[in-house]
Design a protein around this ligand. Structure first.
Ligand SMILES: Cc1ncc(COP(=O)(O)O)c(C=O)c1O
Length: 427
């Protein structure tokens, strides 16, 4: 094939930049090996799969995982739970959030963050994100009302939210800060571990996260009473034997307990986390450095800095039609790319696709918790967060993981340069 077909877009029949498969979107699960297998087998050999055996509570794998997380994050308390969603629900209950309260959250996060808020009887209040893909502290300040009890800050796509600004607003207005670290496990903000900065931090150990137990979650906090309330809500009976001194009255709890198998698997993964992140961060820094020279695309100043774990590459182009076209053209070049907010798709990270929220629907055919306060207006329409939708509509996403090599970086850059060079004359 001659030069012409190399220059011609694969979308139009030219030769693609890459023919071998792109790197997987998984991180920790790609590294599952002897460490995890040995630990899981030990659990099976011991025949102790449930954490709360009264005779040996402190020797469980779950306790060991909680100890490791406390040491890793520098928090006084940790609680293993069975998912990121249940960690959020426990954190909200721990923070005293309930019926009649409002909780702020970004317009761009997993649907589970919004669902957790309504499941404790509180009303989600959407805030704009900025180009960092995380909560805009200025918009957050505007959305606080007399009913606001907490803000659910999401470190989205491995990017730390602007915690100093968010905490300043929260302190001024007297509201709790809950960090959703599901997508940024192991990340830092100005040297502090994510999850340890707000009142409570919540992690997911589901497979697409940095490290995984298939399913699972972790809640961390510095507050003893917050932790006790979370412990009680995660297990309606377990509180009887977990506290040396009980600080809280009883209330009903769920069963969000983690199993010994999941904890053992995760203990095997935790040791691998620093090496995974060292590679994703270095990779992303180099990519961002090169991409800042490419005309036709924009990057947030935060991308490629300490605040970016490098688990995803997102860049902005001029408008939604361009983003849609660039995604298709890159995919044709052998680099699978996604139009982040494509109004034709139903991606559950975009608030307009959270059907229950837009329709204010509960599981029982009614409209709880909104029905508690019919006079309070709550807008979830396209017009409620236009800046976020505008940004995400201009955004193109490519999955990255720690296994991306120099050759992969070269391919991604070559494909982006090739596609953006045709942006002006696209058809
Ligand atoms: C930002 C965010 N929050 C919460 C969750 C919920 O975690 P889980 O799936 O473990 O319940 C996820 C991931 O699924 C997420 O990405």
């Amino acid at each position: 094939m001659g030069m012409k077909s190399m220059d011609e877009l694969a979308l139009h029949g030219g030769q693609p930049v890459r023919t071998k498969p792109w790197v997987s979107k998984y991180l920790g699960s790609e590294e599952v090996g002897a460490e995890e297998k040995d630990r899981v087998l030990q659990v099976l050999n011991k025949k102790r799969i449930f954490r709360y055996l009264p005779a040996a509570i402190e020797t469980s794998e779950c306790s060991a995982l909680e100890e490791e997380y406390k040491a890793f994050l520098g928090t006084k308390y940790a609680l293993g739970v069975n998912s990121g969603t249940s960690a959020l629900i426990c954190a909200l209950v721990a923070a005293g959030v309930g019926p009649g309260d409002e909780v702020l959250l970004p317009a761009y996060t997993w649907v589970g963050s919004a669902a957790a808020i309504t499941l404790v009887g509180a009303v989600p209040v959407l805030c704009e994100i900025d180009s960092s893909l995380t909560l805009d502290p200025n918009d957050m300040a505007k959305k606080v009302t007399a009913h606001t009890k907490a803000v659910l800050v999401v470190h989205m796509r491995g990017i730390s939210a602007d915690m100093d600004a968010i905490i300043a607003v929260a302190q001024e207005r007297g509201i709790r800060v809950i960090e959703d670290v599901a997508q940024a496990n192991g990340g830092t903000y100005r040297g502090r571990m994510l999850g340890s900065i707000g009142d409570l931090g919540c992690f997911s150990l589901q497979q697409s996260k940095v490290i995984t137990a298939g399913e699972g979650g972790m809640l961390v906090t510095q507050g003893e009473e917050l932790w006790q309330r979370a412990v009680l809500y995660h297990d309606g009976a377990g509180y009887q034997f977990r506290f040396t001194e009980r600080k809280i009255p009883a209330f009903p709890g769920q069963n969000y307990r983690l199993t010994e198998l999941q904890a053992a698997l995760c203990l095997g993964q935790l040791g691998k986390l620093p090496a995974i992140l060292e590679r994703t961060k270095a990779n992303k820094q180099q990519l961002v450095h090169a991409l800042r020279q490419v005309s036709g695309i924009e990057l947030s100043p935060v991308f490629g800095t300490e605040r970016d774990l490098g688990v995803s590459l997102i860049f902005y182009v001029k408008d939604g039609t361009s983003a849609h076209w660039v995604s298709r053209a890159l995919t044709a070049e052998g680099i699978p790319a996604f139009h982040v907010y494509d109004p034709q798709e139903k991606d559950q990270h975009i608030y307009t696709n959270w059907e229950f929220l837009v329709g204010k629907r509960d599981p029982w055919g009614g409209s709880y918790p909104w029905s508690l306060h019919p006079a309070r207006e709550m807008d979830y329409s396209q017009d409620s967060c236009p800046r976020s939708l505008g940004l995400l509509n201009r955004a193109v996403q490519i999955h990255l993981n720690h296994l991306a090599t120099e050759e992969d970086r070269k391919d991604i850059l070559a494909a982006i340069r090739k596609v953006t060079a045709h942006l002006g004359s696209r058809r």
